[in-house]
Design a protein around this ligand. Structure first.
Ligand SMILES: [Zn+2]
Ligand SMILES: [Zn+2]
Length: 312
């Protein structure tokens, strides 16, 4: 149904790219461009307030990143042992985060404290500000394991944002040559998180190649087209979209594992930013989940607590 056609070959010639295995995040741009994208998406959107809030948080993440102390990174010995064990060097189950993430959290709390926020977010800021370090660490452990509850949903959102700053910074400072494919091709080679998004590139040298993307450390890694982003099956893959969102955002569904992962076609719209556009395209989640597929990896900023009935 979607095989290559003779008619399209002429356009593709010259555009065939051999992509690098990994692309590490660009610290100068990652949170700044996400904030700008969220601000643009918020305009006229039914979820404008929410998108603006996450945009403000991305601005605060950018500031926290620039202000944070130089944390520790895996050295040659840790890299070698991760490679030998086929583990990701920043896998939170093996790599113990240092206190730099707490500095990022304090920065976020201070910056967001200056913003006009809804009451639940203000309460979460106050709760986190008064929390002892060991309880902050315990909450971070739960957030990283995806074990947060509705009770601490708002606080988890800020903790996740700080962990994201910390892991993105560490990933950006790795040498891409040190990263190897893991046994699970759908897990981030830098931190082992399951792929949250998928994207098809437009940039020259990458044109039409596809990557999976990590929500924790913003690393992207190569993954062939038409292959499940969650279980790597090549059978039973289909694509769904919602007309109002345009042709740049689709849900890739897999009949083997019954999940879906959103795929963002920068070839259709180079302004797309998966973490931001994911939040602005909940209509697609509604469509696909009503048709019977579960989301493979939830957007961390929509984690529990969320009011499931909201975007009906
Ligand atoms: Zn990662
Ligand atoms: Zn699958």
């Amino acid at each position: 149904m979607s095989g290559p056609q003779a008619g399209s070959a002429a356009i593709e010639i010259g555009a065939v790219a051999k992509p690098p295995f990994v692309r590490l995040p660009d610290l100068a741009a990652v949170f700044q461009s996400r904030a700008a994208r969220l601000e643009a998406l918020a305009s006229g959107h039914p979820l404008a307030d929410y998108l603006s809030f996450i945009g403000q948080l991305a601005r605060a993440q950018d500031a926290a990143l620039r202000a944070m102390p130089p944390g520790s990174l895996p050295g040659p010995a840790e890299i070698a042992s991760a490679q030998a064990a086929r583990q990701a060097p920043l896998d939170p189950r093996h790599w113990r985060r240092d206190a730099a993430w707490l500095a990022a959290l304090d920065q976020l709390l201070a910056r967001m404290g200056e913003a006009e926020l809804p009451a639940p977010a203000q309460a979460a800021l106050a709760q986190l500000a008064g929390l002892e370090q060991r309880h902050r660490e315990a909450l971070a452990d739960r957030v990283l394991r995806g074990q947060t509850s509705a009770l601490d949903a708002a606080a988890s959102c800020f903790v996740w944002a700080a962990l994201q700053v910390h892991w993105t910074r560490m990933a950006a400072l790795l040498d891409p040559a040190d990263l190897r494919p893991l046994a699970d091709p759908c897990a981030c080679p830098a931190c082992a998180a399951a792929a949250a998004w998928s994207l098809v590139h437009a940039a020259s040298g990458l044109h039409n190649t596809r990557s999976l993307a990590c929500a924790l450390c913003a690393t992207e890694w190569h993954h062939v087209r038409i292959k499940c982003a969650h279980c790597a099956s090549t059978k039973g893959i289909a694509y769904h979209h919602v007309a109002e969102l345009g042709a740049g955002i689709k849900a890739e569904t897999c009949d083997e594992c019954r999940t879906y992962t959103k795929i963002f076609y920068l070839t259709q719209d180079p302004a797309l930013d998966p973490p931001a556009d994911d939040l602005a395209s909940l209509a697609l989640d509604v469509l696909v989940s009503e048709a019977g597929w579960d989301r493979a990896v939830p957007n961390p900023f929509l984690l529990p607590g969320g009011d499931d009935s909201a975007p009906g």
